[in-house]
Design a protein around this ligand. Structure first.
Ligand code: SF4
Ligand code: SF4
Length: 166
């Protein structure tokens, strides 16, 4: 059986701004200096896309924040418990990646949250163009796919991360 870590390495949505644009951490947790630390809604955390994310994985793996250690999405959970195959899990990942790439190309955002903000900032005239309508459709599809397949698994107890649509 393939190691669940291989799925996260192939996916990387937890780190690249697809699912989250900000990860909350508990008050007082010390964070690696390479992270883009900040605050949102009065809560401390770090911004995403994460500068510590690399094609080889997390560059600060041994000292990554607790939220990164603890988060487990529905798809990773299903694969780890052999309810879906690795190839099925990868299909889900590739489906969301296609949508996320299209949203970034249309909106020019780094994170999907940036793309959603770009959509909100369009004038009525811009939103009615083929590109504006397509962006709205793609972001809606991302929201559906994310809530179906990439939300926190029931057992996950990590603090909330802010996503595009929340
Ligand atoms: S979204 Fe799921 S599969 Fe992807 S990196 Fe995060 S926990 Fe792993
Ligand atoms: S610290 Fe590592 S695991 Fe956490 S978001 Fe950044 S790259 Fe991902």
């Amino acid at each position: 059986m393939t190691d669940p870590a291989a799925l996260c390495l192939a996916c990387n949505f937890c780190c690249d701004g697809t699912l989250f644009d900000f990860a909350e951490v508990p008050e007082g947790e010390s964070l690696h200096p390479a992270l883009r630390q900040g605050a949102k809604g009065g809560k401390p955390g770090f911004h995403q896309p994460c500068p510590c994310s690399d094609t080889t994985g997390c560059l600060i793996y041994a000292s990554r924040p607790g939220v990164c250690r603890d988060f487990r999405c529905v798809t990773l959970d299903a694969f780890a418990q052999s309810r879906i195959t690795f190839s099925h899990a990868l299909q889900r990942v590739e489906g969301l990646r296609r949508l996320a790439n299209e949203a970034r190309a249309l909106a020019g955002g780094e994170s999907i949250a940036d793309c959603a903000r770009a959509l909100q900032g369009l004038s009525a005239e811009q939103a009615a163009t083929p590109e504006g309508r397509r962006l709205a459709l793609v972001l809606a599809a991302i929201q559906r796919t994310t809530s179906l397949h990439f939300g926190a698994a029931a057992a996950d107890t990590s603090p909330a991360r802010h996503t595009t649509q929340r």
